[in-house]
Design a protein around this ligand. Structure first.
Ligand code: WQD
Length: 335
């Protein structure tokens, strides 16, 4: 029996496939390469020595997706595929609702048709919007403030209603905080298209000399040093959380949500200092205006995942910086 990975050549999907292969799972993966490259498949083979069944298809191509279910015995699914740029979702909401929500409905109609009863969903801390306090627990109010976050919350609701209609179904929803870092080999990593939106890939490109300095989006937030505080989690820790989630679906039915973070927040200035300490490289920066929609502080209470999934983040912030830097140094232009 195989695990279906949607978005399998993406940053999180590819690192999760490497961990799943290492744990002995058989993998069927799909991607439309809208935000990733076929070279990722070669890297997965290089790292693991194992081939996966891969389909280049799209969530809006239901017949194309159905081939995966007809040609393989799939008993579980980890669903990563989505558009995920917050700013773009504000500019193009219909694109995000169609791709993320309609695409997921297409996928779920197929998982139901082919009896796939175990489902792990890639959600996001963005569903909390601006939290009233930190650390954030799973029972906090859900109030996304952008269309991307709304799509994630809608899909959580769809999964909750679907599981309520089918007592045999088991769903785990993972709400990620800020994934960063790369595989220790330096052969897999985060490879955003164009100028990076996110902090860590921007820093690695400054360290590599591809960008002149880091714009620090605001130093007047209500935080210990005025810059934004986030819960950064190593991509390998995040990938391993999916294996724990998959195992959880084997012994539970219904729906369960988990925050996947370290439980510790770091400011932008603290990340810059950690990166310089971990790599010996200087990261020049300039204070820039706040980015619309950014919040002061966001970090997880990961206690529920620690207790119920038996999962805990193991890597620290310097590991994250060192591994991200190694990836960028070994792949100056990405894949
Ligand atoms: C982190 C901090 C910025 C870039 C986003 C998505 C979220 C999730 C993770 C999908 C903030 C500051 C950033 C830069 C900076 N993605 N920053 N200069 O915004 O917390 O979360 O990515 O699920 O949905 O919203 O992450 O890395 O963009 O920003 O100062 O060049 O770094 O202001 O305080 P964010 P980020």
């Amino acid at each position: 029996m195989a695990v279906l990975i949607t978005g399998g050549t993406g940053y999180i999907g590819s690192h999760t496939i490497v961990e799943l292969l290492g744990a002995g799972y058989d993998i069927v993966a799909m991607d439309n390469f809208s935000n990733s490259k076929p070279a990722v498949l070669d890297r997965i083979l290089e790292i693991t020595g194992k081939k996966i069944k891969f389909y280049q298809t799209d969530m809006l191509d239901k017949p194309g997706m159905e081939a995966m279910f007809r040609e393989n015995r799939i008993d579980s699914c980890i669903h990563f595929a989505a558009l995920k740029a917050v700013g773009e979702s504000v500019e193009k909401p219909l694109l995000y609702y169609k791709n993320n929500v309609t695409g997921t409905l297409n996928l779920l109609e197929l998982t139901v048709k082919y009896g796939v009863g175990r489902f792990v969903f890639s959600s996001s801390a963005t569903v909390y919007g601006k939290p009233a306090s930190v650390p954030i627990r799973e029972d906090f109010p859900l109030s996304p403030v952008n269309p991307y976050g709304q799509t994630k919350l809608m899909i959580e609701q769809i999964l909750t209603d679907l599981a309520a209609s089918d007592s045999a179904m088991s769903v785990v929803i993972l709400r990620y905080f800020n994934p960063v870092g790369a595989h220790k080999s330096g052969r897999l990593g985060e490879d955003p298209c164009g100028i990076p939106n996110n902090l860590m890939p921007y820093i690695t490109q400054v360290a590599e000399g591809r960008l002149p300095y880091l714009p620090v989006y605001g130093n007047d937030y209500n935080t210990r040093d005025g810059t934004g505080v986030r819960d950064y989690i190593h991509i390998i820790d995040l990938a391993r959380a999916h294996i724990s989630a998959l195992e959880y679906t084997q012994s539970h039915s219904g729906v369960e949500c988990f925050n996947i973070g370290t439980g510790r927040g770091y400011s932008v200035f603290e990340i810059i200092r950690a990166y310089e300490k971990a790599t010996g490289k200087r990261i020049p920066y300039q204070i820039a205006p706040r980015r619309p929609g950014d919040i002061d502080e966001c970090y997880a209470d990961p206690g529920k995942a620690n207790r119920l999934l038996g999962w805990r983040a193991e890597y620290d912030i310097e590991d994250m910086c060192r591994d991200a830097d190694r990836w960028q140094s070994m792949n100056p232009s990405g894949f």
